[in-house]
Design a protein around this ligand. Structure first.
Ligand code: AMP
Ligand code: GLY
Length: 420
């Protein structure tokens, strides 16, 4: 028996903690810093690598890292040096997410399909480049910007203003010292996540996120307002193609370059004319995608995370998945992703039925009450025999829960229905 320390505080980390606590091999699951829904919270921030290491050592923990920031800061390298068991990619491997430029150049030299691009640190040169193009572009800050450093442009004027925002006004700070200008690819977007031990990669169930704040994909991008799994957009043939031409090629190329990738590798995919292109890599589970994916796992997640960290994934059987669909509806506080009220009491949280989990994200527990504490507050995630049923199950549960400034999208999963 072992203990587990899950690092993070979002819906992803609640779902991972929930699943790991079901393993017969796991004694106690701690979460640092956790939220109002996770048990055994430890008050250590995700940036405090020394304290996290001390805690893991003292409590005999296998550590599982949820978010990108501690991975980019080198938590895995540090724990490995100290002989502590940990799941996730090294700092060098985490560059696939922490530097978009590094990732694009990696894809280019290894022939992994992605949109054509150029890199700039000079706004005038960037503007001249945009003027010379006959297609729309996306302007991206190089570094980590909490998912906000990407501006999808509909015209040259918008591209010029995006260049100003990132490179001149430095709205995303040093993350915008360099930018990528890439071709905008219009198609169907899906999230494809696999688990790797540096040698092999096991695909997780497919999923689709809903990034925009409002129904019908209107309004600004967010971390994700809901997700469902599986997505019919990635049928078996496309899944095989993505697995072979993108995931396995990436894992093999990372190994060849001397940077083996251990952890969850997330490819944000755009499918255009049935061909997949990588929009971005993340070096962790997606959030909210993690929530419906975890609900459908019919295997012991602990075994697989441990095998990834010990380079033994090929010794495990193919993981099995519940046939049902799962849908996660994010309940947010009005004003997210910009500014929103906090400390509002959430009611009827205990009313969710079997087959549904209200995963906590921005919540905290205070004097026996659960209060809102972030923009994305809960991920109400339900199973159903079909996507349609999973959608209605998730919404009927989501509607029971309330607080004064609760908001949510009404169309999570709808895009999937139109492809069935
Ligand atoms: P990223 O953080 O790189 O995934 O970008 C955020 C969002 O911007 C993606 O989920 C897409 O919706 C959109 N996006 C990024 N790159 C492109 C592209 N080359 N073409 C079209 N949309 C894109
Ligand atoms: N939901 C998208 C992400 O986790 O980056």
């Amino acid at each position: 028996m072992t203990n587990v320390l899950v690092v993070g505080s979002g819906g992803r980390e609640h779902a991972i903690s929930w699943k790991l606590s079901q393993s017969p091999k796991v004694d106690k699951v701690f979460t640092a810093p956790g939220n109002g829904g996770t048990e055994n919270n430890v008050e250590i921030s995700v940036d405090d690598l020394d304290e996290l290491a001390n805690f893991a050592a003292k409590n005999n923990c296998f550590t599982v890292v949820g978010p990108e920031a501690p991975l980019a800061a080198g938590i895995v390298d540090k724990f490995n040096q100290l002989g502590l068991k940990i799941f996730g990619p090294s700092k060098k491997a985490a560059q696939l997410e922490s530097s978009k430029i590094w990732a694009k150049e990696f894809m280019k030299r290894n022939q992994i399909p992605t949109a054509r691009f150029e890199i700039f640190d000079d706004s005038k040169k960037a503007e001249n480049y945009v003027e010379s193009l006959d297609y729309n572009v996306v302007v991206k800050a190089d570094g980590l910007a909490e998912g906000k450093g990407v501006i999808v442009c509909n015209s040259k004027e918008e591209a010029v203003s995006a260049i100003q925002t990132i490179l001149v006004e430095k709205t995303f700070g040093d993350a915008g010292n360099k930018i990528i200008i890439e071709e905008r690819i219009d198609g169907l977007e899906a999230s494809f996540i696999a688990l790797s031990d540096g040698n092999v990669a096991i695909p997780m169930a497919s999923s689709q996120d809903h990034k925009r704040i409002y129904d019908d994909d209107k309004g600004p991008n967010t971390g994700g307002m809901g997700a469902y799994s599986p997505t019919p957009i990635v049928d078996e043939i496309k899944a095989k193609k993505i697995q072979k031409e993108i995931i396995e090629k990436t894992i093999q190329s990372m190994k060849n370059e001397g940077i083996p990738f251990q952890g969850f590798i997330y490819a944000g995919i755009m499918l255009k004319d049935d061909e997949p292109y990588v929009l971005e890599f993340n070096v962790r589970m997606g959030d909210p995608e993690c929530q419906p994916i975890t609900m459908r796992m019919d295997f012991d997640l602990y075994d697989y995370l441990l095998a990834s960290s010990e380079q033994k994934l090929s010794e495990l059987p193919k993981p099995s998945w519940k046939k049902q669909s799962a849908v996660c509806v994010v309940l947010a506080s009005k004003g997210y992703p910009i500014s929103y009220p906090k400390n509002e009491e959430i009611s009827n949280l205990d009313s969710v039925s079997e087959n549904c989990q209200a995963f906590h994200a921005g919540t905290k527990s205070k004097e026996g009450k659960i209060l809102t504490n972030g923009g994305r507050v809960l991920g109400v995630t339900a199973l159903g025999d079909t996507l349609d049923l999973a959608i209605s199950n998730a919404y009927s549960e989501a509607k029971k829960i309330s607080w004064p400034h609760k908001v949510f999208r009404n169309d999570i999963g709808k895009k999937g229905l139109s492809y069935l």
